[in-house]
Design a binder for this molecule. Structure first.
Ligand code: COA
Length: 167
């Protein structure tokens, strides 16, 4: 029986800009990262933009994650994560989250933090399964007034799903 090849996740490059913007537009109704912002992020030393490549290439991408870093801070922020709807539910979000955490570890960060819409069940499920702990709520956080839940995770141990299993 044929097995599905593991996703290829790599740092994004300027040629990925169009595909990143398209994925962003199809994944989010509000608070989208604009194409111009993505262009800045791709050139910023304070950001890592990761993409999952569609099998066979062709310039299409199946997922993305953006991690932000601050000078003099050992805390990274997961700024965005998205999986193309046609590829959801097969572990790609989990793989991107783990790749984002690895990128943060690579910059000596001890913590990952993030905000998520309080009505985003899939993303909250992903973060909880990945070992993230609630760290507060911010009312009226998003453009449409939705509240954000904050989550955080220490990175100085086994990767997400192992940590969740071992906890
Ligand atoms: C959130 C998102 C990235 C998840 O990606 P995905 O590839 O579908 O997730 P995975 O298949 O890797 O699932 C990993 C875990 O997340 C959780 N999860 C995923 N989809 C879920 C859902 N619809 N409901 C509840 N939990 C869910 C589960 O715990 C799952 O583990 P399991 O399959 O062993 O039960 C994807 O739904 C997405 O891109 N949504 C739109 C953009 C978005 O909201 N981004 C988050 C911004 S904060």
């Amino acid at each position: 029986m044929p097995t599905t090849p593991p996703p290829v996740i790599r740092p994004a490059c300027p040629d990925d800009l169009r595909a990143l913007a398209a994925l962003e537009n199809s994944s989010f109704e509000t608070d989208r990262i604009s194409r111009r912002s993505y262009a800045r992020l791709l050139n910023s030393p304070s950001a890592e933009v990761l993409i999952a490549e569609a099998p066979g290439g062709c310039g299409a991408i199946t997922g993305s994650a953006v991690v932000l870093f601050r000078r003099n801070s050992n805390s990274a922020r997961l700024y965005s994560i998205a999986v193309d709807a046609g590829h959801a539910g097969h572990g790609l979000g989990r793989a991107l989250l783990e790749a984002a955490e690895d990128a943060a570890r690579g910059r000596q960060c001890a913590t990952m933090r993030l905000e998520v819409r309080e009505d985003n069940r899939a993303a909250i499920g992903l973060y909880r399964a990945g070992g993230y702990q609630p760290a507060g709520r911010a009312a009226n956080y998003y453009e449409d007034g939705c509240a954000a839940l904050r989550f955080t995770k220490p990175l100085n141990r086994a990767t997400g799903m192992e940590a969740a299993v071992n906890d």
